[in-house]
Design a protein around this ligand. Structure first.
Ligand code: AMP
Length: 289
């Protein structure tokens, strides 16, 4: 069956109502489009665990901070349709901004969902103030519109995954969150819609982000548990054109930051955000004890 593109909330609700009447399970994959192999792996996972699958393609204005790339963000719906179809997705939900936020000009009027401060005062939440409020708000709206039984999120956006899992637990959404592994190019570079902006030389520099993370993971496996030493291993592997935003270590289970004076005794996420040629990239590895 071919993939259908739906732009209207009411139309999607009617389709979902029908699907539920047939006792079929529904899985959702929220995205901002410009679909690549990372998204495709999420969509394939969704298709393998549910009878009916929806991928949302929506560049969500309220999760971009002032001065970020909201206007430039690639919008490629025709190509996205081909990727979604090849993954076996039933519906692409691609609403307009007005459909999702009819009163966006009165932004201060919008009811928002916000994660706890201490979980956003680190990593991406710290450098992109308000970003995760925008993410949680749009994901809540998508959950209410699609009413999925399951929703797939990538481990590339590891802080987002943690916060969405917590939101679902805290707010009692009857939805199972399915974490999906981070997908990389053969070179090691994490797949991202923003890789499109990178020139060839930027790409060479960007490769050192995954290289630094892998070097940290290798050193950790060889027995270095001292955060300061691991931090230095990362730094020495980064190209000079990589402007580091953060290199942080957080506990996998609590997302609490680990100080540079600490020694790692349980599973830790090591994450980097950096700009290369002005393009913001994120990546992470898990250090398993
Ligand atoms: P985005 O379109 O960037 O908002 O991403 C939509 C979903 O795809 C999120 O759950 C991301 O974590 C996931 N995703 C993006 N890139 C990758 C990747 N390289 N590997 C796995 N998941 C990814």
């Amino acid at each position: 069956m071919s993939t259908v593109v739906i732009n209207k909330i009411d139309e999607l609700r009617d389709i979902i109502k029908n699907v539920k009447l047939q006792n079929k399970s529904v899985a959702l994959v929220p995205t901002m489009g410009c679909l690549h192999g990372g998204h495709k792996s999420l969509m394939e996972k969704a298709c393998s665990i549910a009878d009916f699958t929806v991928v949302s393609v929506f560049v969500n204005p309220i999760q971009f901070c002032p001065g970020e790339d909201y206007d430039q963000y690639p919008r490629t719906l025709d190509a996205d349709k081909l990727v979604a179809e090849s993954a076996g997705i039933d519906v692409i939900f691609a609403p307009s901004v007005n459909e999702m936020y009819p009163n966006l000009n009165k932004f201060s009027d919008l009811t928002m969902v916000a994660p706890p401060y201490e979980l956003t005062d680190i990593m991406c939440g710290k450098s992109r103030v308000g970003h995760f409020d925008g993410v949680e708000t749009v994901v809540t709206k998508l959950f209410n519109i699609v009413q999925p039984d399951k929703a797939c999120f990538g481990m590339k956006d590891i802080q987002q995954l943690f916060l969405i899992k917590k939101m679902v637990a805290d707010l009692n959404f009857p939805i199972e969150i399915i974490p999906c592994p981070l997908v990389r190019e053969e070179s090691g570079l994490a797949l991202s819609s923003r890789n499109k902006y990178l020139s060839d030389s930027d790409k060479t520099s960007a490769l050192t982000i995954s290289k630094a993370l892998f070097a940290i993971r290798d050193s950790f496996k060889l027995g270095i548990k001292d955060v300061k030493k691991l931090f230095d291993v990362g730094l020495t592997n980064l190209d000079k054109n990589v402007e580091l935003e953060y290199l942080e270590f957080v506990c996998e289970d609590s997302f609490k930051k680990i100080d540079s004076s600490d020694t790692i005794t349980k599973n830790v996420i090591c994450a980097i955000a950096a700009r290369v040629g002005g393009v913001r990239l994120i990546d992470n590895v898990i250090l398993e004890v």
